[in-house]
Design a protein around this ligand. Structure first.
Ligand code: NAD
Length: 484
């Protein structure tokens, strides 16, 4: 019996030690990658304009080279229609690269600022400098865009980057890893695949900047871990994005634009209209128009439509099903587990419905009747600050009163999703929906430290700042008033 126990003990110890070694080896390569980039930074090698352009060009070329593989991967992961993948993932990133390349030389220049006359002839300026090493953690819903868009911003600002794609969109992760390893030297850009363990390991290392896109629960973990090294973070999170339909409207156009924004990527868009708040007397007509456009866009059986995606996995499908189990379904609701399909679904809801508690992040659209604008605004501001907000109204007073009272990451008026398409508008959340804005020049600024530089004159050396101070305060006050 004793011998048996000893054998069992030795066997279990051997397994534990094997697993431990395996884990150590698994993290060895990540540690080596971080070390390579860190040493490269410490060697003093600055990534100049020419190198940044070279890295951006390589990114663009690799995307073109692997376009078909990227589209295939997105189709396997999310059943994404090719058109949606092209515009929201591939062309989105290529366009971002083009814009960044156009502005980069100018953005990199030091920015002269005025110096108070009191300090004449000193000079002041702001120099954008790279943070150093950046960790980018991406989610699964736009798995390509949400990794490469911040990546090109970080490259433009002269950083080394470690990219961590989402394990949930595994096919896209694979092609991302391939593109990165083939296109870049690891001292500049590396990729770490894997799941929560790998992300946690990365978060326990020291980076100079962390850019995370995903849910708020993990967002809090990211911020807590970053705080240990006082690492600055950008958190691109989610939430429930409201859509107001109030005042005089062409409800046909309103419905068309809401349906196209909501069911793009099968509702798995961080800025998808999460729910509608509609003026009570417009409810019936709006619902009729919404139904009409579901039919027009996706046909009688949306499962057969080439333009309608799939839910990412069965766990999320189960979650979505639970939201509509006891709700008043106005349209859709059909599920095919095998295909991870959930029909475009409209739900008649109240503020307390289960579908109104969490971010939906799928093809379910609740419509809530509101008696007046004030109660609709109150409904939104009593909840977390949304990532996006949509206002359908031709009445400027209504638009302005919503804009004044409701804080949101971004807003589109009389359409959905569109504010993300203009790279002159920083994209990001506020409060519970995140912090930090990117895209275009905002990305360059986000990934750059703004170094303030004051160049003093050696020719003039006024005695005012030196002791003894007696009698000097009056003069300083006078000078500040007239020349400060
Ligand atoms: P996800 O599950 O793919 O997670 C994202 C990353 O976090 C992955 O790389 C994963 O490895 C890591 N991760 C997961 N759990 C972790 C843990 N416990 N510890 C450490 N790391 C962990 O993506 P998700 O969070 O399901 O993404 C969906 C959410 O992201 C939604 O809330 C959506 O609104 C939000 N989102 C926001 C934006 C935006 O731009 N603001 C864009 C897309 C998605």
């Amino acid at each position: 019996m004793a011998l048996y126990s000893i054998r069992t003990f030795l066997f279990i110890s051997a397994i534990i030690s094997y697993l431990f070694k395996l884990e150590v080896r698994m993290f060895d390569s990540i540690e080596a990658l971080i070390k390579t980039q860190r040493e490269h930074i410490l060697s003093g090698l600055h990534i100049d304009y020419k190198k940044r352009i070279e890295l951006l060009d390589k990114t663009s070329e690799a995307i073109s080279k692997y376009e078909k593989d990227i589209l295939d991967a997105l189709s396997k992961d999310l059943g994404k229609p090719s058109y949606e993948s092209q515009i929201s993932e591939i062309l989105f990133v290529q366009n971002e690269i083009r814009h960044i390349k156009k502005g980069l030389k100018k953005w990199m220049k030091k920015e002269k600022v005025k110096t108070p006359l009191l300090h004449f002839p000193a000079k002041s300026y702001i120099q954008s400098e790279a943070y150093g090493s950046v960790l980018i953690i991406a989610p699964w819903n736009y798995p390509f865009q949400l990794l490469f868009s911040p990546l090109v911003g970080a490259i433009a600002a002269g950083n080394r980057v470690i990219a961590k794609p989402s394990e949930i969109s595994s096919h896209t992760s694979e092609i991302i890893a391939k593109i990165i390893s083939e296109s870049f030297e690891s001292e500049y850009i590396g990729c770490v695949t894997g799941g929560v363990e790998e992300t946690t390991y990365l978060l326990d290392q020291k980076f100079d900047y962390i850019f995370y896109t995903g849910n708020g629960v993990v967002g809090r973990i990211v911020m807590e871990k970053a705080s240990k090294n006082l690492t600055p973070v950008t958190l691109e999170l989610g939430g429930k994005s409201p859509t107001f339909v109030f005042g005089d409207n062409d409800l046909d156009l309103v419905a068309k634009r809401i349906i196209s924004g909501k069911f793009f990527n099968a509702g798995q868009t961080c800025i998808a209209p999460d729910y509608i708040l509609v003026q009570e007397d417009k409810y019936e007509s709006l619902v009729d128009n919404l139904r009409k456009y579901i039919l027009k866009f996706y046909g009688k059986d949306p499962k057969k439509s080439k333009d309608y995606g799939r839910v990412i996995n069965s766990r999320h499908l189960e979650r979505l099903k639970s939201y509509i189990e006891s709700e008043d379904i106005l349209c859709g609701g059909e599920v095919d587990e095998q295909e991870r399909y959930l029909a475009p679904t409209l739900v008649g809801a109240s503020g307390s419905s289960s579908v109104m508690r969490e971010e939906i992040f799928g093809p379910i659209l609740p419509i809530v009747k509101m008696t007046n604008l004030k109660s609709a605004i109150d409904f939104v501001i009593e909840r977390d600050k949304p990532l996006a907000m949509y206002i359908f109204s031709r009445d400027e007073k209504i638009v302005n009163s919503i804009l004044k009272r409701v804080s949101a990451g971004g807003v589109t008026i009389n359409d959905t999703l569109m504010h993300i398409t203009n790279d002159k508008l920083p994209f990001g959340g506020v409060g519970e929906s995140g912090m930090g804005g990117y895209h275009g020049k905002s990305s360059f600024d986000l990934f750059s430290h703004k170094k303030s530089i004051f160049r003093a004159s050696t020719r003039i050396d006024p005695p005012l700042k030196y002791p003894p101070y007696f009698g000097k305060l009056k003069i300083v006050r006078w000078l500040l008033r007239f020349f400060g």
